[in-house]
Design a protein around this ligand. Structure first.
Ligand code: NAD
Ligand code: ZN
Length: 261
């Protein structure tokens, strides 16, 4: 079978990582759908970084659930397979899904990247704060940082807000915030997969399907004859276009569904 799977925050809900719009979505008094935008970061980087550090910690503590496991099994048995996930967590990978069979279309929460240049890095397992300590021996970068520090930052702020070791601009989480453009290289991977032919099966799991490109990819992948199955306890804009809707949590529905394929 040729398969496309699209997942959203709902597939990780049963691993204990809350969805944005669910009942546990709020962080302190903030609505995550407002926090995950460029505006709050421009106003208060400490606050936004604190939120992301907590989420990183929460994700590291979480384990893949039986829905992530079932998708990893499906990826092995399928003739052709691609997962497009809106999730920034690493639970699909930790369930055993090969990196080359998935696209994290909204980025990766464990990546920290510069808001100005191309510098990025993957955060190590043991991360206590997102602070960047400049390599003092790297003279050009550290001079730039020192100049920047003297010019605009108090010492305690400098210790908390990560700065790029290459250009001293603010570092930010490597995720796509609401209103930002998707990475064109990642779009290309999805488009190439769709252009090579339609799918026998499209699964759309745990997403509100509010982004037009998600609905578009799901419908194009299904083509004329493919099956489009939505797995979500709630109705979404995609429901009426699906060939079948399973109104159950993903960790219950998916292992059953996949064992029957
Ligand atoms: P969302 O929070 O808007 O919606 C989650 C969807 O999952 C809802 O439709 C809900 O009905 C459904 N759902 C809830 N529990 C479920 C379960 N047990 N099984 C199946 N479905 C369930 O999430 P979204 O549509 O993915 O969009 C929000 C954005 O937030 C995404 O772009 C994503 O990048 C980001 N996000 C990521 C994570 C993560 O990586 N784990 C978590 C929260 C938000
Ligand atoms: Zn930089």
């Amino acid at each position: 079978m040729r398969i496309l799977v699209i997942t959203g925050a709902g597939i990780s809900a049963e691993s204990g990582t809350p969805t944005f719009r669910g009942k546990d979505g709020y962080w302190r008094n903030f609505d995550p759908t407002n926090l995950a935008t460029p505006k709050p970061f421009a106003r208060d980087q400490n606050l936004v970084w604190e939120w992301y550090c907590e989420r990183r910690h929460q994700i590291r503590e979480a384990k893949p659930n039986s829905a992530h496991d079932a998708i990893a099994r499906l990826s092995i048995s399928a003739r052709e397979f691609l997962l497009v996930t809106q999730n920034v967590d690493d639970l699909h990978a930790r369930a055993g899904l090969a990196k080359e069979k998935m696209v994290q279309i909204h980025g990766d929460i464990f990546v920290t990247r510069c808001s100005r240049c191309d510098f990025s890095r993957i955060e190590p397992e043991q991360e206590h704060s997102p602070s960047v300590t400049p390599a003092r021996s790297d003279s050009a970068a550290s001079e730039k940082l020192d100049r920047f520090k003297r010019a605009s930052l108090k010492d305690e702020e400098y210790a908390e807000v990560p700065r790029c070791p290459a250009c001293a601009a603010l570092m930010r989480p490597g995720v796509v915030w609401f209103g930002e453009q998707l990475d064109t290289k990642k779009i290309e991977i999805v488009e190439n997969y769709l252009n090579r032919g339609s799918c026998d099966l499209v699964l759309v799991i745990g997403t509100t399907a509010l982004f037009g490109y998600i609905v578009d990819w799901a419908l194009r992948a299904r083509g004329e004859n493919g099956e489009l199955i939505e797995i979500n306890p709630d109705e979404t804009p995609l429901s009426s276009l699906a060939t079948k809707c399973i109104r159950e949590p993903a960790a219950i529905a998916l292992p059953q569904l996949i064992s029957k394929l």
